[in-house]
Design a protein around this ligand. Sequence first.
Ligand code: MV4
Length: 500
Amino acid sequence: MNKMTRINKILVANRGEIALRIMRSARELGIHTVAVYSEADRNALHVRYADEAVCIGPPPSSESYLRMDKIIQVAKDHDADAIHPGYGFLSENEDFAQAVEDAGLIFIGPSAKSIEVMGSKLAAKEAVAQFNVPLVPGASKPIDDISEAKRIAAEIGYPVLIKASAGGGGKGMRIVDREEIFDEQLERAISEATSAFGDGSVFIEKFVTQPRHIEFQIFGDQHGNVVHFFERECSIQRRHQKVIEEAPSAVLTPDLRKAMGEAAINVARSCGYYGAGTVEFILDEKLNFYFLEMNTRLQVEHPVTEMITGVDLVKLQIRVAEGEPLPFRQEDITMHGHAIEVRVYAEDPANNFLPDIGTLQTYIRPQGNGIRLDDGFEQGMSIPFYYDPMIAKMICHAETRELAIEKTIRAIDEYQITGLETTLGFCKFVMQHDAFRTGKFDTKFVEKFFKPEYLKGINSNEEVSLAAALTVHAFANNKNQQQAEVVASRSISNWKRNRL
Ligand code: MV4
């Protein structure tokens, strides 16, 4: 600890877009990369991109991307000196972080201890309470006495929320709107938490109705320095799955941003944090903010922060893991413009967002000034059903929020995907919605405003393919296949645009 070690080779314990994104930064730093992959990912781009690649097992994650022992063995066999876990999979597993260090390797992330503290919502609340971080009114200890719990609930006022300490990301929460159902809801919450997490500890909080979800990107080094890189607004979600994220938030004033940023830094300090982390807050309608939880990893939506600050967060993770001090102070970090990320999932928004597995028959990416596309697929590839159905993240950056919205719409129109249904049409719906455009929305946006009928006929493959086929046919005599294709793809976007 605290001594500098140069990293020469990184094993990336992940797949898809994030594995590629990490390897790209490593390569720019002159660091070699080792990919691990499952049998379902033999032809994946992260496997082709890496300097070396090793198959670690069958498709199910439990037999491949979650196999700590195999992954650490591959790292040792291939002389890697560090492991980057990406997000998901083993990224927030303190036993993995510890096992990596015990094997004499560098875990590119926080200490096992920080992961452990923040992994327990109760331990996290206890730690941050010492640092005057605002918490949602409630009890910061596990419920072991029903009558005392009811007294507290009556005191803070219904509705209250029962949360599992080992939960997170919305898992294991129960809303209780009146005292009569408190006992039965508590019993359910405890039994759910016990079966889902092997830990039945639950606690209660005031239920904040219709909050906004604002998270802060923080960064610590191994010398005790901590900074933040401003916020990301992540309120557009469905069933705790984020769909659209942006930075900065349309509602924070400079003063509120400063106060929340300082609170976020204090959360990090409360657990001696180093590496990249995200501090989640909810904001009520009066703009009071409360700490919810800390995610001890690089987040899916980190690119919006990179776009507005110009900082490569993965490179910074690597440097901090090597023991380097942060190269800037808080006052050196500035933001510029506005960035919006839309997540392109292989899901059907017209059919309750059910995963739609299939092959990318057409896959043409949008291009141009201010567009970043992080994906892990190419035309002709299929989306394996074993893993997260995210195809890509598209991030658009412009001078203002309005211009970023217009750029996002233009990019969605250029994006050509056939062979499976995607969330692109849904994302365009959001971009065009008045509540989104005016910034007056909360975590209930999708519930309140979205109806699948809005997309019927727009998002459907048959109609898009039909439009393309008709246009290609019209040019068939022309023998200029390339021109026919260009016109076909343009007509698809016109087709979609005209219907939306
Ligand atoms: C809450 C809340 C309202 N009141 N806690 C969901 C994810 C997890 N991090 C905590 N979550 C919430 N906690 C209190 N006391 C509402 C949510 C919540 C939510 C939070 C962030 C983003 C989207 C959300 C969607 C539904 C509920």
